[in-house]
Design a protein around this ligand. Structure first.
Ligand SMILES: *Cc1c(COP(=O)(O)O)cnc(C)c1O
Length: 496
């Protein structure tokens, strides 16, 4: 299997999976995409259904990462998804709530779905350095709206031949997320807060990647840049696994029959998680519609409903901060698939130049064939969270609540088809305790950890141990800088 950049037009250069995982972003600023999408047959599904999660991961990822052996992938998957990291019997349990199937993707070490990819990515990168004969070490740069940063730090901490530097918007993450990052252990990690929002952090990181002078300065230090954001193919492939795995689990449990269509609702920010589902569908998984659920930052809802992507709008800080994004990077991959490289390149250029683009009706129709979109404002997010807790005894986090709202609207609009609806549940409610308490109409203690304890007392649902233990840890990283100083900060870390 070979990969090309979304921005390469004629005779695109082809890359191996190891090269793609090593580089993160293509040299021309585009995203790596596979030249073909491997097929998944019904017989494959039967085979996968018999396997454990790590075995499924090795099989499915092996279809894309053809320059890795099954043994390599299986040992990586065992290390990533085994009991020390994911203590539950299965890493991705599905809870039936009313007539919805909730795929809980947050039972890993940092209590958010990003662990699903970021626990295995470091292993893939390590192997990629050897496979490509790389002599330098990797410097991973991450821009985070909260969850990616901690998950990446946790995945890469003390991994040999890797350094990692994480940037986050200082007022754009929760108290607990901040504490998770500020206290990160490991001799190869650095964390810096910036003034601004997530897009400022992401643009800063993208600019450093595109900076030739930076590359040569780092080269002198024996380093090259790589990314852990969901623009990296190594993030997406592990995410394809859990949609296929969920289908197998539902089949095994008799909650759907092989061949039945399932609709999938995904709370969306950078379009990575939902794009992974799109890949699974295109491989042959019986997925009906994919429902893109957005918060008040509803740029994707507008795009999917009317074909105009317009980022020139107010940016809202919401109770679901990991979805507070106005430039959904992975949408570029979908446009490349649906509209082809030429149109995709012109849309991306228009987005850069004017902050807006409109797709033609053929492209819009193709998008709408696969995707439906809803958004949910702050009041509705909280109402839905409360409703699920009070009426269905399910304590959801604020991101999952956005998806639950979309799921209910999608159900109401398609009552007659009675399809299985799988909802991606992306974080533990305890990661966002103050917002969850507020939604439940309870008093919200000033301090994030007080809030966690209070939520635990009210709901009787135990908080993940790792979150509860954070409070006692000492902060290691407290610096806040302006986005313009990110390059200097990276250089200083590289030389340390
Ligand atoms: C990152 C994140 C999302 C959004 O996922 P994308 O892949 O960026 O669309 C949703 N919920 C939570 C809790 C997240 O951490």
């Amino acid at each position: 299997m070979k990969f090309v950049s979304t921005r390469a037009l004629n005779n695109p250069k082809e890359y191996t999976a190891a090269e793609v995982i090593k580089q993160g972003l293509a040299p021309d600023g585009g995203l790596f995409v596979p030249t073909e999408i491997p097929a998944l047959t019904e017989a494959d599904l039967d085979r996968l259904a018999e396997m454990t999660y790590p075995q499924r991961a090795a099989e499915i990822m092996g279809l894309y990462l053809t320059d890795y052996t099954r043994e390599e992938l299986l040992s990586a998957a065992n290390a990533a998804y085994g009991a020390p990291k994911f203590p539950e019997a299965t890493p991705t349990p599905i809870t039936k709530v009313g007539d919805l199937e909730l795929l809980e993707l947050w039972h890993g070490p940092t209590s958010a779905f990003k662990d699903m990819a970021l626990q295995i990515m470091p292993h893939l990168l390590s192997m990629a350095l050897t496979k490509t004969g790389e002599t330098r070490d990797a410097l991973i740069l991450v821009a985070t709206s909260g969850d990616t940063g901690k998950a990446a730090l946790e995945g890469y901490a003390d991994v040999p031949r890797v350094k990692i530097h994480v940037f986050y918007p200082t007022d754009g993450v929760s108290r607990i997320q901040k504490k998770q990052m500020a206290t990160q252990q490991g001799s190869n990690v650095n964390v810096t807060a910036i003034y601004g929002n997530f897009d400022d952090a992401q643009n800063g990181v993208k600019a450093i990647f595109a900076d030739a002078e930076m590359a040569s300065l780092l080269d002198k230090e024996g380093l090259f840049l790589s990314s852990a954001n969901s623009i990296n193919w190594g993030r997406l492939v592990p995410q394809v696994v859990y949609y296929i795995s969920a289908y197998c689990d539902l089949m095994n449990a008799g909650r759907l029959q092989k061949g039945d269509l399932m609709d999938v609702v995904v709370p969306t920010g950078n379009f990575g998680n939902i794009f992974a589902c799109c890949l699974a569908k295109r491989m042959g998984l019986p997925v009906g519609k994919m429902i893109c659920a957005s918060n008040q930052n509803n740029v994707l809802t507008d795009f999917i409903n009317n074909g105009v992507y317009d980022r020139r709008r107010t940016f809202y800080q919401t109770v679901s901060p990991s979805m507070d994004i106005l430039i959904s990077s992975n949408l570029e991959r979908l446009l490349w698939l649906v509209a082809g490289p030429e149109k995709c390149a012109s849309y991306m250029e228009a987005l850069r130049e004017d902050g807006v683009y409109a797709v033609d009706s053929a492209v819009l129709e193709a998008v709408q064939k696969e995707f439906v979109a809803y958004f949910c404002d702050e009041a509705l997010t909280k109402n839905v969270l409360r409703e699920f807790y009070e009426q269905k005894k399910y304590l959801a986090d604020t991101h999952t609540a956005v998806a639950l709202s979309a799921a209910m609207r999608h159900r109401r609009a398609n009552e007659e088809d009675n399809r299985t609806i799988l909802v991606a549940s992306t974080a533990s409610p305890y990661k966002f305790s103050p917002a969850v308490l507020e939604a439940l109409g309870k008093a919200v203690p000033e301090d994030g950890f007080e809030a966690l304890r209070s939520l635990q007392k009210i709901s009787g649902v135990p908080a993940p141990e790792r979150l509860a233990a954070l409070e006692a840890l000492e902060d290691r990283f407290t610096e806040v800088i302006s986005a313009g100083d990110m390059k200097e900060a990276v250089l200083a870390f590289a030389r340390s």
